[in-house]
Design a protein around this ligand. Structure first.
Ligand code: ADP
Length: 624
């Protein structure tokens, strides 16, 4: 078969393609050294590829392989080479450690054959290199493991330089492997955390064990385009012949963070809706499916089992008068004509009526077709009730204002003609009294009496209608002084009835001075007037501090008031007795009530017939 060998030799000599094929395929490197010009080495690209270098990086560096071989191993290489040069029977076959570009170690077996001149002197050397199969296998396995990892995996040496990175790293960070390898790992993190990271790396190398990085800290990584994203990093030490390396698994947790945030938002929303008692519903327009959360069932007073989940089920709960309008609102919202934000009434199974406020958003597809409605319901029954009460109060207030105006005008205008009647009747009595006999005299005297009384009543009415009509200022009123002045004014009445009025220490209050005096005067006057036959009237005035003001009590030992009259007595012109028994106009307590109300307070009486009465009133002006 020698002809084949010869032919092959010739082919290699003549045909570069065959030579290129050989040097690129079977081996992990091929070298051809000129021993007569040491340092002139031809080294195949494949050799540098095995060590992770691109041939351009190495080109024109004489004996460059000597700089990548482990210095210890170089010694034995030189020794063995020399032996082989000197003795052709000594084979050159040595496995040595080379430094990979990424810092790792690659074991390469080199076998060499010296080419000699006619004097048997070695002038050239052919070296074939192959990566040690074991080494090759395990590093390949490791590389594969790195590649199948779902996370970005990088290996960093203790200088903080990246010596290995998987494809996922390339994908996540946007750098090519060439850009990553040999560079500081800080290129993958935001500038602000780089120095802290350096510190962390230092700490890790001091006590290398597998752990999460910066636990409890929010870690961020930076892509090539400068954008940042949240990461979780776990570190594990990797012992190698070249020292300690660290494997970092970097996980992009953007999605995790987002779903965590969404969960937090949804939790907060749930809390808020629960606190605000808001029910949430979702209507699948296409399939006519209505979904309610638990609160919705509470709002409609029905159980889950009695709800069919269809649009009609909601309609059934509506107040009949609100069905049409509410349906129209839904239709308008679905047709994108109007925002759904409305109120309607619902009827609970126990027939009670509740008011609901509802709002919703309509979700549509790309074509604008409605798909779903998501909305809220909440109960506004209480608000509606208070609005109704406020409306009624306002209308009552305006009616009572009208009444007061009427009373004022009527009493004012009536006074004139009444005075004329009274004066002429008086003149009649004075000037012609002697000429009037019998019934005529009695009639005229009665006219004078009646018109006098009517004048009193009209004056009372006029005063009543004018109470609080002009805007006066609340003032600091000394109740002691006020009572003193009242007792002084009522001196005659007190004396003639031998009444005893006891007061305790009375406070300074914020009040309308004239009105307060009138209030005490009316109540003390009544307490004396409605005394029990033959019993000395004793009146006690007491006071108690309450929230926002004061509570007064005026207690007497008089005739008392029957239970069914307790409220009536505060109505104007309402009297319980004949005029000839107890004089009066029936205006005093109506006055008192109006004055108390001017001071934001209330008035009431506690009494039993013939056991005396206690009139209470509150003055709540402190917050005004
Ligand atoms: P007047 O005293 O002019 O009759 P008021 O409005 O002051 O009118 O009182 C209304 C009615 O309330 C009185 O007619 C009386 O029947 C009853 N009343 C008021 N104060 C007392 C009291 N201290 N004891 C018993 N009855 C009272």
């Amino acid at each position: 078969m020698d002809y084949l060998r010869k032919e092959f030799y010739d082919s290699v000599k003549l045909n570069d393609t065959i030579f290129d094929f050989i040097q690129n395929s079977s081996l992990d490197g091929l070298m051809y050294w000129d021993l007569e010009n040491p340092g002139n080495d031809w080294i195949s690209d494949k050799f540098w590829d095995t060590l992770g270098y691109s041939p351009n990086e190495i080109l024109n560096r004489p004996s460059s392989w000597r700089t990548t071989i482990n210095p210890e191993d170089l010694k034995s290489v030189n020794k063995n080479l020399q032996k082989h040069y000197d003795d052709p029977s000594f084979p050159y076959d040595l496995t040595s450690r080379y430094k990979h570009q990424n810092g790792s170690t690659v074991r390469i077996r080199c076998r060499g054959l010296a080419i000699r001149d006619k004097d048997n002197k070695a002038i050239r050397m052919v070296v074939v290199c192959s990566e040690s199969p074991k080494e090759k296998e395990s590093s390949e396995k490791f590389r594969q493991l790195l590649e199948i990892a779902p996370d970005a995996m990088i290996i960093v040496n203790n200088d903080g330089r990246i010596v290995m990175a998987n494809q996922q790293t390339v994908k996540i960070f946007g750098y090519s492997k060439e850009e990553l390898l040999g560079n500081l790992v800080e290129m993958l993190m935001p500038g602000r955390s780089a120095s802290h990271h350096h510190h962390l790396v230092g700490q890790f190398f001091k006590s290398p064990k597998t752990r999460g990085m910066g636990s409890g800290m929010k870690l961020f990584a930076t892509k090539k385009d400068g954008s940042e994203f949240p990461v979780e990093i776990s570190l594990s030490p990797l012992k190698t012949e070249d020292g300690m390396l660290v494997t970092a698994a970097i996980r992009d947790i953007t999605e995790q963070k987002r779903s965590e945030e969404i969960r937090q938002i949804s939790d907060r929303l749930t809390l808020a809706t629960q606190a605000a008692k808001i029910g949430i519903w979702e209507y699948d327009i296409v399939n006519n499916l209505l979904q309610w959360d638990d609160k919705m069932f509470d709002l409609y007073g029905i159980s889950k089992s009695s709800f069919s989940g269809a649009y009609d089920a909601w309609q059934k709960g509506l107040h009949p008068d609100d069905v049409e309008r509410s349906e129209e609102e839904v239709r308008l919202a679905i047709n994108n004509k109007k925002k759904f934000d409305t109120e309607f009434r619902i009827i609970w199974p126990d027939q009670s009526v509740r008011h609901i406020r509802a709002s919703a958003l309509v979700q549509r597809n790309d074509k604008g077709e409605p798909l779903r409605m998501v909305g809220t319901n909440w109960d506004i029954t209480e608000r509606k009730r208070s609005e109704e009460i406020a409306r009624k109060m306002a209308s009552l207030k305006s009616k009572s204002k009208e009444m007061e105006q009427f009373a004022y005008i009527a009493s004012h205008d009536l006074k004139e003609p009444l005075l004329t009647i009274k004066n002429y009747a008086k003149l009649l009595v004075e000037d012609y009294g002697s000429e009037l006999h019998g019934e005529a005299s009695h009639f005229t005297t009665s006219i004078v009496k009646a018109s006098t009384r009517m004048e009193e009543l009209i004056t009372g009415l006029l005063e009543y209608s004018m109470l609080g009509s002009n805007h006066r200022q609340l003032k600091e009123v000394d109740c002691c002084k006020t009572i003193e002045s009242v007792l002084h004014d009522l001196g005659g009445l007190i004396k003639s009835n031998q009444a005893l009025v006891k007061t305790e220490n009375l406070p300074m209050i914020k009040a309308f001075p004239l009105e307060i005096k009138l209030l005490f005067q009316n109540l003390i006057q009544n307490a004396i007037k409605f005394k029990k036959e033959g019993i000395q009237p004793i009146i006690i005035i007491a006071v108690e501090k309450i929230d926002g003001g004061w509570k007064f009590k005026i207690e007497d030992n008089g005739i008392g008031i029957a239970k069914n009259h307790k409220d009536k007595i505060f109505t104007i012109f309402r009297r319980l007795h004949k005029q000839n028994k107890y004089e009066g106009s029936g205006i005093g307590l109506a006055h008192a009530k109006k004055i108390v109300e001017l001071h934001n307070g209330e008035i009431w009486v506690e009494s039993e017939p013939s056991s005396g009465s206690s009139f209470y009133f509150t003055i709540l002006t402190e917050l005004l």
